[in-house]
Design a protein around this ligand. Structure first.
Ligand code: NJP
Length: 235
């Protein structure tokens, strides 16, 4: 089993939802967590709780991505884990989507993943070790009505990480992708916490446990993909 104690992990989208649960769980395993998102107040609160570092950044901005990696290295002197979790989604018929909304999903979900991996890779390659985890979606592997833009962005994010796995493995770097179904978070302006969602949705902690599982796999084991759904969700 890989021990996460003192491993340095960047978690994007850590201000709420799944990212917040991942940051909290990794810190509980002894990791040093760098929390990344745009909402400063929430982010600082999470970073304080996990005794980690808050870096306010927009993952779709290349300079910000470089600053996240640079800030991590100057604070901790190393980087072991990168969790590309930040994401946005909205759902509508194709003809009702604005091109701005299309761009927003691709900027955060695809370009955000690309930019952070790009910034982190030289360091992971140099140390010949590291683990990148992407939070994609079951919508990375199936299409549905109202899901053209989000699904396209999540298929693309999955493709980026799938191809990167092939590039990274010869350098000793693992790339794992998690594909959750419905999760009870603020996603798409939802309000989490309704009692009926306990059956119909996963909890953020369920996804965080999946991340922990792939990270704790023994050094010789690469968990490439992991999909999880609530029991009630059709797949
Ligand atoms: O959503 P939410 P989730 N730069 O809205 C951050 C995937 N997923 O936790 O910047 C930096 O509660 C935002 O922070 P802020 C989904 O595609 C979900 O459910 O402060 N950060 C917040 O911390 C996504 O990849 C479901 O607004 C940015 C976080 O992202 C991941 O799970 C199902 C940012 C979003 O928190 C986490 O989403 C599924 C930016 N430009 C996949 N833009 C589901 N919930 O049902 C956003 O299959 N963030």
């Amino acid at each position: 089993m890989t021990d996460l104690t003192n491993q340095v992990a960047i978690v994007t989208g850590a201000s709420r939802g799944i990212g917040r649960a991942i940051a909290t769980l990794l810190a509980l395993q002894g990791a040093q967590v760098v929390c990344v998102a745009r909402s400063e107040d929430e982010l600082v609160e999470v970073a304080h709780k996990v005794n980690g570092l808050a870096i306010v950044a927009d993952v779709s901005d290349e300079q910000d991505a470089q600053l996240v990696v640079g800030g991590t290295l100057s604070r901790y002197g190393r980087l072991d884990i990168v969790v590309c979790n930040a994401g946005v989604g909205s759902f509508n018929l194709l003809e009702n989507f604005s091109s701005e909304e299309w761009d927003r999903m691709f900027d955060v979900n695809v370009k955000g993943t690309f930019l952070l991996c790009k910034a982190a890779l030289p360091h992971l390659k140099e140390q010949r070790r590291g683990h990148i985890v992407g939070i994609a979606s079951d919508a990375s592997k199936r299409t549905f009505v109202h899901g053209t833009a989000y699904g396209a962005s999540k298929y693309a994010q999955h493709a980026v990480l799938d191809a990167l796995r092939r590039e990274a493995r010869p350098h000793g770097i693992k790339v794992s992708v998690i594909y959750p179904g419905l999760v009870d978070t603020h996603f798409n302006e939802s309000k989490p916490g309704a009692p009926e969602k306990e059956k119909t949705h996963l909890q953020p902690l369920d996804v965080a446990q999946a991340v922990r599982y792939v990270l704790e796999a023994p050094a010789h084991v690469a968990v490439d993909e992991l999909m999880l759904h609530p029991m009630t969700q059709e797949w």
